[in-house]
Design a protein around this ligand. Structure first.
Ligand code: SF4
Length: 446
């Protein structure tokens, strides 16, 4: 049987890191001769890349798989389903009994063997092993996520990621830089560097390896590799301890690197942070954010607050709200603590009941919104660069939208543009004339 007559449907759930993993599987399968299907009806096999970061994400992954299995069962032919990524990594041994609808399970660290799994399910035989391409991405828009590491060594007591994705491992500098160059040559205008803990990139690479050895040096090397193209480089998921002097200088002094920092603080109380197996205190965080704003002009800061961690008192919750308010974060994601199997926090005393958790989460979300809306409105009257992302259908007809440098794609809102035509990836000078919620209205000036 020849793989070239076979089409595969890819479904990706969860975060941008999963999008990158799906892209890797897509490029391996495409190099092995498989086509991509646009729906279940035209697919010979479905690959679902799952998320298991929280219990709710696990449920969504399983529900989506079961809905897909229903759709397949009501069709005229059998279409095997392959479940990949975080759910098999976390619950691997239990899954074949729990989900007989799924033909194969592929853990995150087994995804490079996806061609063999698909070949075997579809009865494809190869005289010569499938070619393994360099990572070749299938990005269509102006933004590409660039994974620089996987896994995590921090073992925050509430988080299952280190058990799902394994120990921290940095990707080599040369493969990151080559991929950045390829993406920009293919039209990408914003590179978003991601990993579970980007700030410690390079720590596990051999000392004698050539090229950059830490994130600051990597950012500079990526920026140099994509010049002279006009490209934005953004880095997400830094931990507070990762903000070294060298990194602050690299962000401030490298024109391509945006003065946008995403630091999930989770809490400000030293006691809660310690129980989370994280370090720091309110004073240290105050000093860090004051320093970032002092040393990096125009600094935009995104953070995360994990609400209602076991044992969080009313006073500690109030202190966190006051800290958010005082720091004036531009963007804050608020997550209610979720009791995750296998984590230390799941066994802690002081689990907070759902009603109080909901109340605290709502209060934090309300504050995060009012801070975020005010930070967005503060851009009205400014002129700044905006990347065009595409067309959105609205009640008044199609509208061009993009995002400004201070808006991380997919999470911080958009800019609605007052022109009818522009290419995806164009970088325009835009004056912001109005705002609503996290959105801005923009008048193109150049
Ligand atoms: S830094 Fe903490 S929260 Fe983030 S992935 Fe690692 S263990 Fe999880």
């Amino acid at each position: 049987m020849d793989s070239s007559t076979r089409s595969l449907l890819f479904i990706t759930l969860g975060c941008a890191k999963n999008e990158v993993d799906t892209d890797r599987m897509r490029s391996l399968l495409s190099a092995a001769g498989y086509d991509e299907a646009s729906d279940v009806e035209s697919a010979d096999l479905v690959i679902i890349n799952t998320c298991s970061f929280l219990a709710s994400a696990t449920s969504e992954s399983i529900e989506t798989t079961l809905e897909l299995a229903d759709e397949v069962a009501s069709g005229v032919r059998s279409v095997p389903i392959v479940m990949c990524g975080c759910v098999p990594s976390r619950y691997g041994d239990d899954l074949p009994d729990e989900l007989p609808e799924v033909a194969a399970f592929v853990r995150a660290d087994e995804e490079d063997g996806i061609v063999g799994v698909v070949d075997s399910l579809l009865g494809v035989e190869r005289a010569v092993p499938a070619h393994i391409p360099q990572i070749k991405r299938t990005v269509e828009g102006s933004v590409a996520y660039l994974k620089i590491s996987d896994g995590c060594d921090r073992f925050c007591s509430f988080c299952a990621i280190p058990y799902i994705r394994g120990r921290y491992h940095s990707r080599s500098a040369s493969s990151i830089i080559d991929e950045a160059r390829d993406l920009v040559a293919g039209g990408v205008r914003e590179l978003v560097l991601i990993g579970q803990d980007t700030g410690i990139w390079g720590q596990d690479l051999p000392e004698e390896s050539e090229g950059p050895h830490n994130l600051a040096q990597l950012l500079v090397a990526v920026a140099e590799a994509v010049r002279p193209e006009h490209v934005w480089v953004r880095v997400l998921y830094l931990q507070p301890e990762g903000m070294t002097d060298e990194l602050i200088s690299a962000i401030r002094d490298t024109p391509e690197v945006l003065p946008y920092i995403d630091i999930p603080v989770q809490h400000c109380s030293a006691r809660v942070l310690d129980a989370m197996n994280r370090s720091g205190s309110e004073e240290e965080l105050d000093e860090l954010f004051a320093r970032l704003r002092r040393e990096i002009p125009g600094m935009v800061i995104r953070t995360t607050y994990l609400v209602a961690f076991p044992g969080e008192t009313d006073d500690e919750h109030e202190a966190m709200l006051a800290f958010m308010d005082r720091t004036g974060f531009d963007y804050t994601s608020v997550f209610a603590y979720s009791r995750e199997d296998g984590t230390r926090a799941a066994k802690m005393d002081g689990q907070i009941d759902e009603e109080l958790k909901l109340e605290r989460t709502q209060a934090a979300m309300d504050l995060a919104e009012s801070l975020g809306f005010a930070a967005t409105a503060a851009h009205v009257g400014e002129v700044a660069e905006v990347i065009v992302d595409g067309i959105e259908e609205t009640e008044d007809g199609p509208e061009l939208i993009g995002h400004a440098w201070f808006q991380a794609p997919d999470c911080d809102g958009a800019v609605h543009l007052d022109i009818d035509e522009a290419g995806v990836g164009d970088i325009l000078k835009v004056e912001f004339t109005d705002s609503f919620c996290y959105e801005l209205i923009g008048h193109v000036v150049e």
